[in-house]
Design a protein around this ligand. Structure first.
Ligand SMILES: [Zn+2]
Length: 299
């Protein structure tokens, strides 16, 4: 899980040669098939773990709705786990955002599948070599903007966009009657976020977007995170507070005339957020987030 998360970060950083090295690093799958895990979240709703971001599989009358397809090479592992809970075919794939550990195995599914993503995410996917040429058939076919509803009753799925954060096209996927929200990587876990500025991410908007999700989506009891175990709405609220408090702190540093380096050297995890940490060092640690906030706040 952690390794895949770092992979996503590497790709965000745009260093494809480093990604190639990481893919061959010890600890990867060697000599055998990739094997995912599966966890029942609710009746007809499962979380499939391993190989990148957390995947959701939602069994409807028409077929299976899959949210996020992990890294390349994990399509069969996803299908194998779905087969343990239903014979129905995958009919819909929703990508929460454009990173390769969430869209990497789109190509393992039939091109007849209904591929859906937020419109900015589609634009971000179109820039990737993985979706060029004949691979373009695995790109988003239908885009959402602020809200999109699929199906009705117990099969209803809603896509929301609450603003910029991890990227500029982070979709939140609500399984309405199951009372479960898939957050993707805008809530990857309880740590300082990766902010993919090149894909439209925003340090300043991050906490506001999280708060808007918390305020808008009320009837839920469970959250599927991008890369961590299941969480509760109170965890989302805490994560919004963490990110908004971070911006308040950055503003204080700017007012005190500190440089990004000075602020980064002094940053500590606030005592009220135990267990949180900075982004991975390979991604520049907390300095990257401070720099992003400084740049946005100075505009
Ligand atoms: Zn991501």
């Amino acid at each position: 899980m952690k390794r895949a998360f770092v992979l996503g970060a590497l790709i965000v950083a745009g260093s494809l040669s480093m990604v190639a090295v990481a893919l061959q690093a010890p600890g990867g799958q060697r000599g055998g098939p990739n094997v995912a895990g599966i966890e029942k979240v609710k009746d007809n709703l499962y979380m499939i773990t391993g190989g990148g971001g957390n995947t959701a599989a939602f069994i409807t009358d028409r077929g299976v709705v899959v949210v996020d397809t992990k890294l390349a090479g994990w399509g069969q592992a996803i299908l194998d786990k779905i087969k343990t809970v239903t014979d129905k075919p995958v009919t819909t794939i929703i990508n929460t955002h454009s990173h390769p550990d969430h869209v990497g195995s789109n190509e393992a599914f039939p091109a007849t599948v209904d591929f859906i993503a937020q419109e900015v995410t589609k634009a971000n996917m179109e820039k990737q070599d993985a979706f060029k040429g004949d691979k373009a058939r695995f790109l988003t076919k239908r885009t959402s903007k602020d809200k999109m509803t699929l199906g009705t009753g117990k099969d209803q799925v809603e896509l929301y966009y609450f603003g910029r954060g991890h990227t500029g096209g982070d979709a939140w996927v609500l399984f309405t009657q199951a009372r479960v929200l898939h957050a993707g990587d805008i809530f990857a876990g309880k740590t300082a976020p990766l902010i993919d500025v090149m894909s439209g991410g925003s340090a300043v908007e991050y906490g506001k977007s999280l708060q808007k999700a918390f305020d808008t989506v009320k009837n839920i009891d469970t959250i599927i995170t991008g890369h961590s175990p299941l969480m509760k709405p109170a965890d989302l609220k805490e994560y919004a507070d963490f990110n908004n408090d971070f911006i308040t702190w950055v503003q204080e540093q700017m007012r005190a005339g500190k440089t990004v380096d000075q602020a980064a050297a002094e940053w500590k995890v606030p005592a009220k957020y135990p267990g949180y940490g900075p982004p991975a060092p390979i991604f520049g640690g907390i300095k990257t987030n401070i720099q992003a906030a400084y740049t946005e706040l100075r505009r």
